[in-house]
Design a protein around this ligand. Structure first.
Ligand code: 8ID
Ligand code: ZN
Length: 349
């Protein structure tokens, strides 16, 4: 049996925007239906930054250990757990648990469950050495996978893969990815390509332009330079993009997307800027028969499928590995839009 310490290191904050402290806290004990994961690596998602700022109309637990892209090794399991063995690789996802018996869970809408518990938000997450997950929702990770490289799949990968399915775009069609150089975006470009779609990226700066092209983006629109983003997308796609994924953490680009989407196309809203609104001209919406849909992480089947794309080498986000106690710096860089791809924190040896 693994030797589990009583105390561990974690990044904790006590109030929104309060100091992010590298602290010694107790190692939690898993309940009967839970596993304890020795977290090796955790991606930093923009959602973690929103949580720290208290951006959303949903309170976090306090004090809070954030993080929901945790990849590690199962070191303990409750007596009801049948789907994980000690030593297996497991992923801590945003959706830590859900009731599995409500209308939404029964239809695969686990993320829409009213009783869902959220890693790094309503329960402590993966910015620590040992984290708890409900076994039934934890992601099984094949032993062939590198735990640092797979970490971003556990939120960003699942989310964009699901959003692409939600868009209804078919092979050969254009999908415009807003925020294409970020964590979600750089994976969306690759999933889109792997699914036979034609990705167009929108983001800012030459570094992100180069990345998007390298990952398979067919065209890049720089929002900091373009004189007319809407016209540029319409021209390139000869009539509009069949689908749009809004992955940006700012609300600025939302309203443009309903203008450059193709007639009968779909705008998928994924990014969660605080207090944002999306507004569409009703005449345009009706005569072009445009759909606007929200998409929120993914269920267990989406998780397995998203991981399978990774395991087969079809998607790989560029990562920068940094120590767990540098979280505050990572948040600062993220706020400045300077992170290209994903930062992954090393949580344990
Ligand atoms: O399930 C969900 N719906 C879900 C899951 C995970 C994350 C939603 N999210 C949300 C996050 O909470 C956040 O609001 O998606 C958003 C993006 O998360 P991220 O990819 O982790 O953030 P990032 O790595 O900072 O990338 C954001 C990118 O957007 C670009 C930035 O340059 C960056 O590359 N961007 C911005 I800010 N303004 C832009 C603009 N006007 C823009 N790109 C194009 N046009
Ligand atoms: Zn996330």
């Amino acid at each position: 049996m693994p030797n589990i310490p009583k105390m561990q290191k974690a990044m904790v904050f006590d109030k929104p925007n309060g100091p992010l402290e590298y602290r010694d806290i107790p190692v939690p004990t898993p309940g009967p239906d839970e596993i304890l994961v020795n977290v090796k690596y955790s991606g930093v998602c923009h959602t973690d930054l929103h949580a720290w700022h208290g951006d959303w109309p949903l309170d976090t637990k306090l004090p809070l250990v954030g993080g929901h892209e945790g990849a590690g090794v199962v070191v303990a399991a409750g007596n009801l757990v049948t789907n994980f063995q000690i030593g297996d690789y497991a992923g801590i996802k945003w959706l830590n648990g859900s009731c599995l018996s409500c209308e939404f869970c029964k239809h695969g809408g686990e993320s829409n469950c009213a009783d869902a518990i959220l890693s790094g938000y309503t329960v402590d997450g993966s910015f620590q050495q040992y984290a708890i997950a409900k076994a039934i929702h934890a992601a099984p990770i094949p032993k062939s996978c590198d735990l640092a490289e797979i970490a971003p799949i556990l939120c960003a990968g699942i989310t964009v893969y699901k959003a692409l399915k939600t868009s209804g775009a078919r092979p050969g069609e254009f999908v415009t990815i807003v925020g294409a150089g970020g964590g979600l975006g750089s994976l969306a470009v690759q999933y889109a390509k792997a699914m036979g779609l034609r990705p167009i990226g929108i983001d800012g700066g030459d570094e992100k332009a180069a990345l998007v092209k390298k990952l398979g983006g067919e065209h890049f629109v720089d929002f900091t330079k373009s004189k007319d983003i809407v016209q540029e997308v319409i021209d390139y796609t000869e009539g509009g993009s069949h689908a749009v994924l809004n992955l940006s953490a700012s609300s600025g680009p939302l309203n443009a997307s309903v203008k450059y989407v193709r007639p009968m196309g779909t705008v998928v809203v994924v990014g969660l800027p605080p207090d944002a609104k999306i507004s569409a001209d009703v005449f345009n919406q009706v005569v072009k028969s445009i759909s606007i849909k929200g998409s929120y992480v993914g269920n267990r089947a989406d998780t397995d499928e998203a991981i399978d794309f990774f395991a087969r080498g079809l998607v790989k986000v560029p990562i920068e590995i940094r120590p767990l106690n540098e979280l505050a710096d990572v948040f600062r860089n993220m706020e400045e839009g300077k992170i290209v791809g994903r930062v992954v924190l090393k949580c344990s040896d």
